[in-house]
Ligand binder design. Sequence first.
Ligand code: PLP
Length: 378
Amino acid sequence: MTAYLDHAATTPMRPEAVAAMLPFLTERFGNPSGVHSVARSARLALDEARDAVAAGLGCEPGEVIFTGGGTEADNLAIFGVHERRGGMIVGTAIEHHAVLHSVAALGGVVARVDANGVVDLDHLARLLRPEVSVVSVMLANNEVGTIQPLAEVAALVRRLAPDAVLHTDAVQAMPWVDVAEVAAVADLVAVSAHKFGGPKGVGALVVRGGVPLEPIIKGGGQERDRRSGTHNVAGIVAMAAAVEATVAGRRDTVERVSVLRDRLADGLLASVPDAVETAAPGGDRSGKIAGNCHLRFAGVESEALLLLLDGAGICASAGSACASGAIEPSHVLTAMGVSAADALTSVRLSLGPTTTDDDIDLALKVVSESVARLRGAR
Ligand code: PLP
């Protein structure tokens, strides 16, 4: 048996999404920019998909730009506005690299976060000023799962940087948070299909009316001249099906998965000595998305643990990345004040709609045995 507990990395495709895309890989293969019947058949599907995605994200169909994924949507938000408006870019220290590297490339600054992985609103306020053109604050963090106070961020931005555009990376939030409602305060919203049961390489950026945006991909003028390139019709149609299924089942999924996540986290905290849970102050997980379980096991290198877990059928991931041969501690954890050494002991077990009780039973057994084995081997 394999327990796939890496839904934050990517999710299995929803059967509805697979079924929706198949005709567009076969008989309905047309290029939606054409005029003949085969093209029109693809165009019709594209229009319907746009309506469905807009409904799920709480915007008008004309405000949806289809992209090649979350990274492109984040890049388009930041570079696209900056190209038109110039000005200063402000992010947070725990953004995904798709945002963080874009902010850095434009000489931007980042707001600090607190020990629980929540943006420090006082520090953010100090960075905001009239010349700020883009503020980028993610809705939910990909490593530790914290949900950011977007309404408070928006209020600060409107007051202190009234000309700025507020972008939110909702890539990790989509399965768990009512993005249509919570991100309504943002001008730009990025999502990625493969994080909620759609295919990889397709995403969307919501661009609310009036936001100035220069295309970063230039060419044939698709997406009303905001993102060129022949549409990935099959991917877009599948994403739309995944949006509908995600939104329809979200409330039940959150309820069911948070019970599984709590059983996993509580079980490991009880069975593994000195286990520490990240971003759950006093055991309170209400500030995190339901699918995130992030733990640190003192003295246990996450890379070694992940290898053992993999051998025993558990797919998980670490809050670290391998850069030029050396394991780097996660920028998210170090921004939260976790020491580099502690950061290298972290494991992220991320659950999704397909996670079962059996997955949790296996993880409870294997993780605690593996940690004990690695500690015994020291
Ligand atoms: N933003 C966040 C928060 C993510 O977790 C990811 C993917 O890991 C991305 C952006 C990038 O999305 P994509 O993989 O579709 O490029």
